[in-house]
Design a protein around this ligand. Sequence first.
Ligand SMILES: C[C@@H](C(=O)O)C(=O)SCCNC(=O)CCNC(=O)[C@H](O)C(C)(C)COP(=O)(O)OP(=O)(O)OC[C@H]1O[C@@H](n2cnc3c(N)ncnc32)[C@H](O)[C@@H]1OP(=O)(O)O
Ligand SMILES: [Co+2]
Length: 153
Amino acid sequence: MIRTLASSHSVSQNIPSSLWKLGRLNHVAIAVPDLEKAQSLYKDVLGAQVSETVALPEHGVYTVFVELGNTKLELLHPLGEKSPITSFLQKNKTGGMHHICIEVDDINAAMAELKKKKIRILSEEPKIGAHGKPVIFLHPKDCHGVLVELEQA
Ligand SMILES: C[C@@H](C(=O)O)C(=O)SCCNC(=O)CCNC(=O)[C@H](O)C(C)(C)COP(=O)(O)OP(=O)(O)OC[C@H]1O[C@@H](n2cnc3c(N)ncnc32)[C@H](O)[C@@H]1OP(=O)(O)O
Ligand SMILES: [Co+2]
């Protein structure tokens, strides 16, 4: 149902009764064809605090984190022949927004419920993500065109 916003700014709350809930936005990930150039943009041009490059062979990516205070950017570059971001970069040659990562308080409960709701989860089990915590990915075609990563808070 569509509600027209008049004088009130209250947002209608429709909280499903589930065993888990969404938390903070952990990061927004950007896939880039040249990691050093992207690192330099955020560090030298925009003046952000930027991490070293970390290789995550389990995920097939190199990552760099940019600190933004309320959240982070994750710069991604393919690692290895089977990187999950290779075809994305072939389609988006100058790079582009690749996924968002939202924290959850119980990733196993989230996984069980989302499976029941026919949202495709892109691994059999959670993997350990860039912050040493379990993560899963939800298929972009089941999330209105956005690849969604869920990370155990
Ligand atoms: C370290 C960790 C962390 O932060 O802790 C990370 O983030 S690791 C970050 C890297 N890891 C991951 O992304 C893992 C999960 N991702 C995957 O398994 C894959 O990337 C898929 C999402 C399945 C897509 O794989 P691939 O691009 O090879 O498949 P595909 O070319 O057949 O794509 C299927 C359809 O999805 C679309 N598609 C592909 N990637 C997309 C994306 N990032 N956002 C939105 N749509 C996307 C394609 O355009 C295509 O749509 P059309 O059919 O309409 O053309
Ligand atoms: Co990520």
